[in-house]
Design a protein around this ligand. Structure first.
Ligand code: R5P
Length: 303
């Protein structure tokens, strides 16, 4: 039997995933102690024994609390002898610090994955994590679900024969993946410095964007700075229309107004977070079907 424990803020999406896998959803109590510590209690925990437990949760907003509650649910499941404890966690917070950029820094992306292991997770599925390499401690029991094809498919409502562009080389994989599926050109942006004047300039690496539409694709939009800057450059280089596609739209502070000022035509986001931004610029793509399919394939391999 498959049992699902679904975090409150991701319940609508989690329920779709759980239902399509015909799993039984178990309720749990959650609260915060007066001193700020978290508490969870699974109601009817005997149902966990010897079963596969899916913990469906996302780690934004409220990264620290969401992370800790997710760990507590795994610990409780382990203590009740669940056979497998699979995290279905579309957005994993702290994933951008995937290396120590400066001496003295931690590698939070690896730490979070190690915490999942320590709490009892035996498998993990996530969506478009910033750097999939950080999942390595789970070996073949971790899946990074690609969704850039779904985002670009929706973006195609607003652009014609676009170039799919990532704002830097490191993010090229998701642009390439979507572009190849849809038969589109792809490219990435590069930063260069004039050796004589010292002036920094950005451009697409090889495709001429002049007169063409662009789908600018990234994993995360946080403050909107990266995407707004990249979009301005594409327009300066003659792009006709820029549509943005991102897996995780955090939209912190004045991110939306930055994107408006950058003349972005539409922002396509996936529903990977526990919040939805209501704004005429934003359109959501429901990725729960894709996630459910991937979980189903993953579970079939466990048998
Ligand atoms: C960075 O490497 C990420 O892929 C995103 O480009 C970045 O996190 C976006 O952040 P912001 O919206 O604050 O520029």
């Amino acid at each position: 039997m498959i049992i699902a424990l679904i975090q409150r803020s991701y319940f609508e999406e989690g329920l779709k995933i759980a239902n399509s896998l015909r799993s039984e959803v178990l309720e749990f109590v959650e609260k915060m102690f007066p001193d700020g510590e978290q508490y969870v209690r699974i109601i009817d925990p005997n149902k966990l024994e010897n079963n596969v437990v899916l913990i469906i949760s996302t780690l934004y907003p409220g990264q620290d609390v969401s992370l800790f509650k997710t760990l507590l649910l795994a610990d409780a499941s382990r203590r009740h002898r669940a056979r497998e404890i699979i995290g279905v966690i579309p957005y994993i917070a702290y994933s951008r610090q995937d290396k120590a950029f400066l001496p003295g820094e931690p590698v939070s992306a690896e730490l979070v994955i190690d915490m999942f292991k320590a709490a009892g997770f035996t498998g993990l599925l996530t969506v478009d994590i910033h750097n999939p390499d950080v999942l390595k401690s789970f070996g073949d029991k971790a899946v990074n679900i690609f969704i850039s094809d779904l985002l670009v498919e929706r973006a195609l409502k607003y652009v014609s024969d676009p170039v799919v562009i990532s704002p830097d080389k490191g993010a090229l994989n998701r642009a390439r993946y979507a572009a190849e599926i849809h038969g589109l050109e792809y490219d990435y942006m590069v930063k260069s410095r004039d050796r004589i004047t010292g002036v920094i300039s950005y451009a697409t690496k090889s495709v001429d964007i002049n007169g063409r539409d662009a789908v600018l694709i990234d994993d995360i939009i946080s403050t909107g700075g990266t995407i707004a800057e990249a979009s301005k450059i594409l327009y300066e280089k003659g792009a006709r229309r820029v549509v943005v596609a991102a897996s995780h739209g955090l939209m912190v502070g004045d991110a939306l107004s930055k994107l408006e000022k950058a003349n972005i035509h539409k922002v396509i986001l996936a529903n990977t977070l526990g919040i939805r931004h209501r704004h005429e610029l934003i359109e959501y793509v429901d990725i729960s079907g894709r996630v459910a399919d991937e979980v189903s394939t993953f579970l079939a391999k466990l048998k």
